[in-house]
Design a protein around this ligand. Structure first.
Ligand code: PMP
Length: 353
Protein backbone atom coordinates (compact mmCIF):
# COMPACT_ATOMS: atom_id res chain seq x y z
CA UNK A 1 0.00 0.00 0.00
CA UNK A 2 1.25 3.51 -0.79
CA UNK A 3 0.56 5.51 2.38
CA UNK A 4 2.50 8.57 1.26
CA UNK A 5 0.60 11.20 -0.75
CA UNK A 6 1.59 12.17 -4.28
CA UNK A 7 2.42 15.63 -2.97
CA UNK A 8 4.71 14.36 -0.20
CA UNK A 9 6.49 12.14 -2.69
CA UNK A 10 6.88 14.77 -5.39
CA UNK A 11 7.71 18.00 -3.57
CA UNK A 12 11.33 19.23 -3.36
CA UNK A 13 11.66 20.53 0.24
CA UNK A 14 13.80 23.49 1.28
CA UNK A 15 17.35 22.59 2.30
CA UNK A 16 18.46 24.47 5.40
CA UNK A 17 22.12 25.28 6.08
CA UNK A 18 24.14 22.60 7.86
CA UNK A 19 23.77 22.47 11.65
CA UNK A 20 26.74 20.17 12.30
CA UNK A 21 27.68 19.26 15.89
CA UNK A 22 30.51 16.79 15.21
CA UNK A 23 33.21 19.33 16.10
CA UNK A 24 33.54 23.00 16.93
CA UNK A 25 33.09 25.09 13.83
CA UNK A 26 33.36 28.75 13.09
CA UNK A 27 29.79 28.87 11.87
CA UNK A 28 29.31 31.40 9.09
CA UNK A 29 26.66 29.52 7.09
CA UNK A 30 23.17 30.42 8.35
CA UNK A 31 23.34 34.18 8.92
CA UNK A 32 23.03 33.94 12.67
CA UNK A 33 24.19 36.89 14.75
CA UNK A 34 27.70 36.38 16.18
CA UNK A 35 26.79 38.31 19.34
CA UNK A 36 24.63 37.02 22.23
CA UNK A 37 21.06 38.17 22.98
CA UNK A 38 20.91 41.18 25.31
CA UNK A 39 21.23 40.91 29.08
CA UNK A 40 17.58 41.86 29.42
CA UNK A 41 16.63 38.93 27.20
CA UNK A 42 18.81 36.60 29.25
CA UNK A 43 17.14 37.86 32.43
CA UNK A 44 13.63 37.44 30.96
CA UNK A 45 14.53 33.85 30.06
CA UNK A 46 15.95 33.07 33.52
CA UNK A 47 12.95 34.68 35.25
CA UNK A 48 10.34 32.82 33.20
CA UNK A 49 8.13 30.88 35.67
CA UNK A 50 8.06 27.16 34.76
CA UNK A 51 4.59 27.04 36.31
CA UNK A 52 3.36 29.12 33.34
CA UNK A 53 4.17 26.25 30.99
CA UNK A 54 1.20 24.30 32.37
CA UNK A 55 -1.04 26.62 30.37
CA UNK A 56 -1.29 27.33 26.65
CA UNK A 57 0.35 30.60 25.62
CA UNK A 58 -1.62 33.68 24.56
CA UNK A 59 -2.97 32.54 21.17
CA UNK A 60 -2.50 35.91 19.47
CA UNK A 61 0.69 36.90 21.32
CA UNK A 62 -1.04 40.16 22.23
CA UNK A 63 1.58 41.54 24.65
CA UNK A 64 4.37 40.81 22.19
CA UNK A 65 2.35 42.31 19.33
CA UNK A 66 1.80 45.46 21.39
CA UNK A 67 5.54 45.69 22.11
CA UNK A 68 6.41 45.21 18.42
CA UNK A 69 3.75 47.73 17.40
CA UNK A 70 5.27 50.30 19.79
CA UNK A 71 8.71 49.73 18.33
CA UNK A 72 7.50 49.84 14.69
CA UNK A 73 5.20 52.85 15.17
CA UNK A 74 2.00 50.99 14.22
CA UNK A 75 -1.03 49.54 16.09
CA UNK A 76 -1.19 45.99 17.47
CA UNK A 77 -3.90 45.20 14.86
CA UNK A 78 -1.19 45.83 12.24
CA UNK A 79 1.06 43.07 13.61
CA UNK A 80 0.92 39.28 13.22
CA UNK A 81 3.38 36.92 14.96
CA UNK A 82 4.41 33.44 13.86
CA UNK A 83 6.85 30.64 14.58
CA UNK A 84 9.77 32.21 12.73
CA UNK A 85 9.29 34.44 9.71
CA UNK A 86 9.32 31.24 7.65
CA UNK A 87 5.93 30.39 9.12
CA UNK A 88 4.61 33.91 8.53
CA UNK A 89 5.76 33.69 4.90
CA UNK A 90 4.25 30.21 4.56
CA UNK A 91 0.84 31.38 5.83
CA UNK A 92 0.95 34.37 3.48
CA UNK A 93 0.73 32.11 0.41
CA UNK A 94 -2.75 30.68 1.12
CA UNK A 95 -3.82 33.99 2.71
CA UNK A 96 -3.16 36.08 -0.41
CA UNK A 97 -2.91 33.74 -3.43
CA UNK A 98 -5.23 31.28 -5.14
CA UNK A 99 -4.37 28.05 -6.87
CA UNK A 100 -5.90 29.36 -10.08
CA UNK A 101 -5.34 32.67 -11.85
CA UNK A 102 -2.32 34.94 -11.60
CA UNK A 103 0.07 33.75 -8.91
CA UNK A 104 3.17 34.94 -7.09
CA UNK A 105 6.17 36.59 -8.74
CA UNK A 106 9.74 36.65 -7.46
CA UNK A 107 13.35 36.83 -8.62
CA UNK A 108 15.36 33.87 -9.93
CA UNK A 109 18.03 34.34 -7.28
CA UNK A 110 16.26 34.89 -4.00
CA UNK A 111 15.22 33.06 -0.83
CA UNK A 112 14.54 29.54 -2.12
CA UNK A 113 11.76 28.87 0.39
CA UNK A 114 9.33 31.03 -1.69
CA UNK A 115 9.36 28.42 -4.42
CA UNK A 116 8.84 25.58 -1.91
CA UNK A 117 5.88 27.34 -0.25
CA UNK A 118 4.28 28.08 -3.64
CA UNK A 119 4.66 24.47 -4.64
CA UNK A 120 3.36 23.22 -1.27
CA UNK A 121 0.22 25.38 -1.58
CA UNK A 122 -0.18 24.81 -5.33
CA UNK A 123 0.22 28.48 -6.24
CA UNK A 124 1.43 29.41 -9.74
CA UNK A 125 4.76 31.24 -9.92
CA UNK A 126 6.41 33.63 -12.38
CA UNK A 127 10.17 34.08 -12.08
CA UNK A 128 11.88 37.32 -13.13
CA UNK A 129 15.70 37.24 -13.48
CA UNK A 130 17.91 39.63 -11.54
CA UNK A 131 20.19 41.85 -13.61
CA UNK A 132 23.77 40.67 -14.25
CA UNK A 133 25.04 42.69 -11.28
CA UNK A 134 22.46 40.99 -8.98
CA UNK A 135 20.26 44.09 -8.65
CA UNK A 136 16.48 43.82 -9.00
CA UNK A 137 14.87 44.86 -12.27
CA UNK A 138 11.84 46.53 -10.67
CA UNK A 139 10.48 47.71 -14.06
CA UNK A 140 10.43 44.12 -15.30
CA UNK A 141 8.75 43.03 -12.06
CA UNK A 142 6.10 45.77 -12.42
CA UNK A 143 5.30 44.63 -15.97
CA UNK A 144 4.81 41.00 -14.91
CA UNK A 145 1.26 39.64 -14.83
CA UNK A 146 0.76 38.31 -11.27
CA UNK A 147 -1.30 38.75 -8.13
CA UNK A 148 1.60 39.75 -5.94
CA UNK A 149 5.34 39.75 -5.27
CA UNK A 150 7.81 38.35 -2.78
CA UNK A 151 10.87 40.58 -2.56
CA UNK A 152 13.59 39.82 -0.03
CA UNK A 153 15.07 43.20 0.84
CA UNK A 154 18.00 42.94 1.39
CA UNK A 155 17.98 39.96 -0.94
CA UNK A 156 19.34 36.52 -0.06
CA UNK A 157 21.78 35.10 -0.92
CA UNK A 158 23.16 38.17 -2.72
CA UNK A 159 22.88 40.72 0.14
CA UNK A 160 21.76 43.46 -2.28
CA UNK A 161 19.34 46.06 -0.87
CA UNK A 162 16.74 48.38 -2.43
CA UNK A 163 16.34 51.80 -0.78
CA UNK A 164 12.97 52.88 0.63
CA UNK A 165 12.39 55.64 -1.97
CA UNK A 166 12.93 53.23 -4.86
CA UNK A 167 10.68 50.65 -3.23
CA UNK A 168 7.98 53.25 -2.70
CA UNK A 169 8.00 54.11 -6.40
CA UNK A 170 7.54 50.40 -7.18
CA UNK A 171 4.74 49.93 -4.65
CA UNK A 172 2.91 53.00 -5.97
CA UNK A 173 3.35 51.66 -9.52
CA UNK A 174 1.54 48.35 -8.79
CA UNK A 175 -1.45 49.39 -6.62
CA UNK A 176 -3.51 46.31 -7.58
CA UNK A 177 -0.81 43.83 -6.62
CA UNK A 178 0.33 42.85 -3.16
CA UNK A 179 4.01 43.51 -2.43
CA UNK A 180 5.32 41.22 0.32
CA UNK A 181 8.67 42.53 1.52
CA UNK A 182 10.79 40.00 3.38
CA UNK A 183 12.93 42.23 5.61
CA UNK A 184 14.71 39.44 7.51
CA UNK A 185 18.01 41.35 7.14
CA UNK A 186 16.68 44.92 7.03
CA UNK A 187 18.16 46.08 10.36
CA UNK A 188 21.61 45.80 8.74
CA UNK A 189 20.46 48.24 6.02
CA UNK A 190 18.12 50.66 7.82
CA UNK A 191 15.70 51.27 4.93
CA UNK A 192 12.64 49.44 6.27
CA UNK A 193 9.40 49.86 4.37
CA UNK A 194 7.22 49.49 7.47
CA UNK A 195 6.23 53.20 7.10
CA UNK A 196 4.81 52.34 3.64
CA UNK A 197 2.33 49.91 5.25
CA UNK A 198 0.58 52.95 6.76
CA UNK A 199 0.30 54.69 3.40
CA UNK A 200 -0.31 51.88 0.89
CA UNK A 201 -2.77 49.03 1.32
CA UNK A 202 -0.74 46.71 -0.95
CA UNK A 203 2.36 46.37 1.25
CA UNK A 204 3.09 43.68 3.82
CA UNK A 205 6.47 43.66 5.58
CA UNK A 206 7.79 40.46 7.18
CA UNK A 207 10.53 40.57 9.83
CA UNK A 208 12.28 38.17 12.19
CA UNK A 209 13.91 37.90 15.61
CA UNK A 210 16.44 35.42 14.17
CA UNK A 211 19.04 37.82 12.77
CA UNK A 212 19.42 41.31 14.25
CA UNK A 213 17.92 40.18 17.61
CA UNK A 214 20.29 37.16 17.96
CA UNK A 215 17.30 34.87 18.60
CA UNK A 216 17.30 32.30 15.78
CA UNK A 217 16.77 29.57 18.40
CA UNK A 218 13.53 31.04 19.73
CA UNK A 219 11.67 30.85 16.37
CA UNK A 220 9.67 34.04 16.15
CA UNK A 221 8.90 36.35 13.24
CA UNK A 222 6.20 38.86 12.42
CA UNK A 223 4.35 40.70 9.70
CA UNK A 224 3.36 44.38 9.65
CA UNK A 225 0.55 45.54 7.37
CA UNK A 226 -2.96 46.91 7.24
CA UNK A 227 -5.54 45.27 9.50
CA UNK A 228 -7.29 43.42 6.64
CA UNK A 229 -4.07 41.67 5.58
CA UNK A 230 -3.21 40.85 9.19
CA UNK A 231 -6.69 39.39 9.80
CA UNK A 232 -6.24 37.08 6.77
CA UNK A 233 -2.96 35.80 8.23
CA UNK A 234 -4.75 35.16 11.56
CA UNK A 235 -7.43 33.13 9.76
CA UNK A 236 -4.75 30.98 8.12
CA UNK A 237 -2.95 30.53 11.45
CA UNK A 238 -6.16 29.32 13.05
CA UNK A 239 -6.55 26.74 10.29
CA UNK A 240 -3.16 25.30 11.14
CA UNK A 241 -1.90 25.99 14.68
CA UNK A 242 -3.67 28.21 17.23
CA UNK A 243 -0.52 28.72 19.33
CA UNK A 244 2.46 29.13 17.00
CA UNK A 245 4.49 31.37 19.34
CA UNK A 246 5.20 29.61 22.63
CA UNK A 247 5.05 31.33 26.02
CA UNK A 248 8.84 31.52 26.48
CA UNK A 249 9.29 33.00 23.01
CA UNK A 250 6.63 35.63 23.71
CA UNK A 251 8.34 36.69 26.94
CA UNK A 252 11.85 36.69 25.48
CA UNK A 253 10.94 38.56 22.29
CA UNK A 254 9.00 41.18 24.29
CA UNK A 255 12.18 41.82 26.31
CA UNK A 256 14.21 41.98 23.09
CA UNK A 257 12.13 44.70 21.42
CA UNK A 258 12.45 46.76 24.58
CA UNK A 259 16.25 46.68 24.37
CA UNK A 260 16.76 48.90 21.37
CA UNK A 261 20.06 50.42 22.49
CA UNK A 262 21.85 47.08 22.92
CA UNK A 263 20.71 45.80 19.55
CA UNK A 264 21.61 49.05 17.81
CA UNK A 265 25.18 48.55 19.09
CA UNK A 266 25.36 44.92 18.01
CA UNK A 267 23.99 45.79 14.56
CA UNK A 268 26.58 48.53 14.17
CA UNK A 269 29.35 46.08 15.12
CA UNK A 270 28.14 43.64 12.44
CA UNK A 271 27.97 46.43 9.85
CA UNK A 272 31.53 47.60 10.50
CA UNK A 273 32.88 44.03 10.34
CA UNK A 274 30.92 43.57 7.12
CA UNK A 275 32.72 46.56 5.58
CA UNK A 276 36.10 45.20 6.67
CA UNK A 277 35.40 41.65 5.47
CA UNK A 278 33.99 42.87 2.16
CA UNK A 279 37.20 44.83 1.54
CA UNK A 280 39.39 41.85 2.46
CA UNK A 281 37.44 39.51 0.17
CA UNK A 282 37.68 41.90 -2.76
CA UNK A 283 41.43 42.20 -2.15
CA UNK A 284 41.64 38.41 -2.42
CA UNK A 285 40.06 38.65 -5.88
CA UNK A 286 36.45 37.87 -5.03
CA UNK A 287 33.53 39.57 -6.74
CA UNK A 288 31.32 40.74 -3.87
CA UNK A 289 28.09 42.66 -4.55
CA UNK A 290 27.67 45.57 -2.11
CA UNK A 291 26.03 43.95 0.93
CA UNK A 292 23.17 45.53 2.86
CA UNK A 293 22.81 42.48 5.11
CA UNK A 294 24.82 40.48 7.68
CA UNK A 295 26.40 38.26 5.03
CA UNK A 296 28.54 38.53 1.90
CA UNK A 297 28.04 36.79 -1.41
CA UNK A 298 31.56 36.16 -2.65
CA UNK A 299 32.69 34.39 -5.79
CA UNK A 300 34.37 34.28 -9.18
CA UNK A 301 37.79 34.00 -7.52
CA UNK A 302 40.63 31.61 -8.41
CA UNK A 303 38.72 28.71 -6.82
CA UNK A 304 35.06 27.80 -7.38
CA UNK A 305 32.32 27.80 -4.73
CA UNK A 306 32.49 24.08 -4.03
CA UNK A 307 36.26 24.06 -3.52
CA UNK A 308 36.15 27.04 -1.19
CA UNK A 309 33.25 25.58 0.78
CA UNK A 310 34.92 22.15 1.06
CA UNK A 311 38.35 23.41 2.05
CA UNK A 312 36.96 25.86 4.58
CA UNK A 313 34.88 23.05 6.10
CA UNK A 314 38.01 20.89 6.43
CA UNK A 315 39.58 23.79 8.29
CA UNK A 316 36.55 24.02 10.62
CA UNK A 317 34.80 26.98 8.99
CA UNK A 318 31.26 26.56 7.63
CA UNK A 319 29.97 28.76 4.81
CA UNK A 320 27.00 28.19 2.49
CA UNK A 321 27.32 26.73 -1.01
CA UNK A 322 24.66 25.89 -3.62
CA UNK A 323 25.39 23.59 -6.54
CA UNK A 324 23.16 25.58 -8.91
CA UNK A 325 23.76 27.76 -12.00
CA UNK A 326 25.36 31.14 -11.13
CA UNK A 327 25.34 30.32 -7.38
CA UNK A 328 27.96 27.58 -7.79
CA UNK A 329 30.64 30.18 -8.51
CA UNK A 330 29.96 31.79 -5.12
CA UNK A 331 29.77 31.07 -1.42
CA UNK A 332 27.64 32.99 1.07
CA UNK A 333 29.54 34.01 4.17
CA UNK A 334 27.86 35.27 7.34
CA UNK A 335 29.70 38.15 9.00
CA UNK A 336 31.20 36.80 12.22
CA UNK A 337 33.11 38.36 15.11
CA UNK A 338 36.40 40.09 14.26
CA UNK A 339 38.32 36.97 15.37
CA UNK A 340 36.13 34.65 13.28
CA UNK A 341 36.49 36.87 10.24
CA UNK A 342 40.28 36.98 10.71
CA UNK A 343 40.38 33.16 10.81
CA UNK A 344 38.29 33.04 7.64
CA UNK A 345 40.49 35.52 5.79
CA UNK A 346 43.65 33.60 6.80
CA UNK A 347 42.18 30.32 5.49
CA UNK A 348 41.00 31.91 2.25
CA UNK A 349 44.51 33.31 1.66
CA UNK A 350 45.89 29.77 1.92
CA UNK A 351 43.22 28.27 -0.33
CA UNK A 352 43.76 30.87 -3.03
CA UNK A 353 47.57 30.89 -2.88
N1 PMP B 1 13.74 35.29 4.89
C1 PMP B 1 15.00 35.20 4.49
C2 PMP B 1 15.42 35.99 3.30
C3 PMP B 1 15.90 34.36 5.15
O1 PMP B 1 17.16 34.24 4.73
C4 PMP B 1 15.46 33.64 6.29
C5 PMP B 1 16.44 32.76 7.06
N2 PMP B 1 16.63 31.50 6.51
C6 PMP B 1 14.13 33.74 6.66
C7 PMP B 1 13.30 34.59 5.95
C8 PMP B 1 13.54 32.94 7.77
O2 PMP B 1 14.02 33.24 9.00
P1 PMP B 1 13.29 32.78 10.34
O3 PMP B 1 12.29 31.70 9.98
O4 PMP B 1 14.37 32.30 11.21
O5 PMP B 1 12.59 34.00 10.85
Amino acid sequence: MQFISKKARAIAPYTAGEQLRDRTYIKLNTNENPYPPSLRVQEALAAFPAEELRRYPRPDADLLRAAIAGQEGVSPENVFCGNGSDEVLALSFPAFFDTDGAGACFADLTYSFYEVFASFFGIPVTIVPLRGDFTFDLDALARTVCRGYYIANPNAPTGVGIGRAEMERFVADVPEKLVILDEAYMDFFGESCVPLTQKYENVLVVKTFSKSYSLAGIRCGYAVGNARLIAALCRMKDCFNSYPVDAVAQAVCTAAVQDKAYYAGVTQAVISERTRLQGALRELGFTVPESASNFLFAGRARAGGREIYTRLKEAGILVRFWDKPVLKDFVRITVGTAAENDALIAQLKQILS
